[in-house]
Design a protein around this ligand. Sequence first.
Ligand code: CMX
Length: 139
Amino acid sequence: MAKLNHIGIAVQNRPELQKLLDVLGVPFDHSESVPEQGVDVHFHPIPQEVGSPTQIELLEPVDPQGAVAQFIKKRGPGIHHLAFEVEKGELESLCTRLRQEGYRLIYDDIQKGAHGMRINFIHPASAGGILVEILEKGS
Ligand code: CMX
């Protein structure tokens, strides 16, 4: 069973959104650079009673040619992707199954993302117009 790990939001004005999250009571956790994806990411876990929290991931472009900078250029800031986490060791078979079912994956091979997670994406053209990240914990 996949769980919603995070919601990625492309930001142009990070302090503005972070102020709103603060007012809403969503704390800041940490920032990370992900040069492979051309972004700095800023995590805000949404408080919840049990289990690991779904996070808001603010995506701040650092590479003008990167996917997030291009997204903002074309569509403006806003929700960029939903990320579903599967159990460690399940991502490879999920990618295989998705390909068999006709879904278009962005990467032929699994990539490294923030937190050392292993990641791939389903193209929005085969996911109802939403970019979907699929991920599992790395080693
Ligand atoms: N959500 C929904 N639709 C999106 C989208 C997004 N995030 N990004 C692009 N699209 C739409 C475009 O608007 C366009 O729609 P139209 O055809 O209606 O105009 C269509 O998808 C274009 O697709 P494309 O030409 O094949 O590809 P793009 O050059 O626009 O790139 C994508 C889109 C998804 C292939 C590219 O952004 C990508 O490879 N993403 C995966 C990596 C990534 O997003 N990394 C950043 C996050 C990293 C992290 O979380 O750490």
